[in-house]
Design a protein around this ligand. Sequence first.
Ligand SMILES: [Zn+2]
Ligand SMILES: [Zn+2]
Length: 362
Amino acid sequence: MAFNERRTSDLVAAELEKLGIEIHRGLAGTGVVGTLRCGTSSRAIALRADLDALPIQEKTGCSHASTHDGIMHACGHDGHTTMLLGAARYLAETRNFNGTVHFIFQPAEENECGGQRMVEEGLFKLFPVETVYGMHNWPGIAVGAFGVRSGPIMAADDKFEITISSRGAHAAMPHMGDDPIVAAAALVGAIQTIVSRTVNPQDEAVVTVTQMHGGNTWNIVPEEVVLRGTCRYFKPELHQVLEGALRRICDGVAATYGVSAAFAYYKPIPPAVNADAPTEAAARAATLVAGEANVHRDLLPSMGCEDFGFMLAARPGCYIWIGNGPIGDGRSLHSSRYDFNDEILPIGASYWATLVESVLAR
Ligand SMILES: [Zn+2]
Ligand SMILES: [Zn+2]
């Protein structure tokens, strides 16, 4: 998982070296960047894959299921890594382009912002590029098809944590203290009004409480309850609207119930916003691979998030979805029964290679 992809990082570096591709290691710890130059052009682009797995016990029953207890590739990042290595191999062997390609293998896409760390540690200073491209498998889009759109494609993700502190009490004598559980329950309800009453109805936003921790036995009103959750949105200005509303509700509920509430808002990930020209280049490459009828340009963006947003904030580029086949039976991303569809490996690798050959045409 995040920043512990040591074996994968070694494997990727070894495969790139075998192909005679120059490698750079150590960005964001386990990150690997491979550089392939061809011809005389000074133009350069970057292609990015992610390396990390998730803390889920795999229940696919597949012969290739994870052998690491409680850890599986439930988002298909192993497939992404394989597709980019496939493209690197093809491009190193055929060299039918003019310019430089940087193959970015980033750690810690899930939750820990490995993409942000790579950018902060100088990714685009060490490897200057005009555009950067990402790809993610997408259950629900057919095998052999792609989805891509200009503008936002994945949402921003801000995280919040609220710690409600009180004096606690004997469960039978609640009047002797204050009750953080009742306050937390009111808070969860009040938070639902942010999207319905504070955000402009024509803007997309989600505020979800995902964790509620408090208490440890039947007869004690605890002294503390911790709530955590996430906000998703596309318009950057909603960051302040959502943070402000959460703070206001937090303070108000705390005052109402006589408890104190510490509020933290952190780890914001920007929305992944595709730039127009790179999106056209990506759609052209996808069309060459899959045919026009199989490149969907009219899909709605996802409220899911992707730390490729940090790379798209630093350089113009495009993030594309490659069809993983039907979702069927709850086998969505981040499900214990998710399985990356190996049939799409050559399709994804072909997309990457075609993109390089068309953007950096000889
Ligand atoms: Zn994921
Ligand atoms: Zn993913």
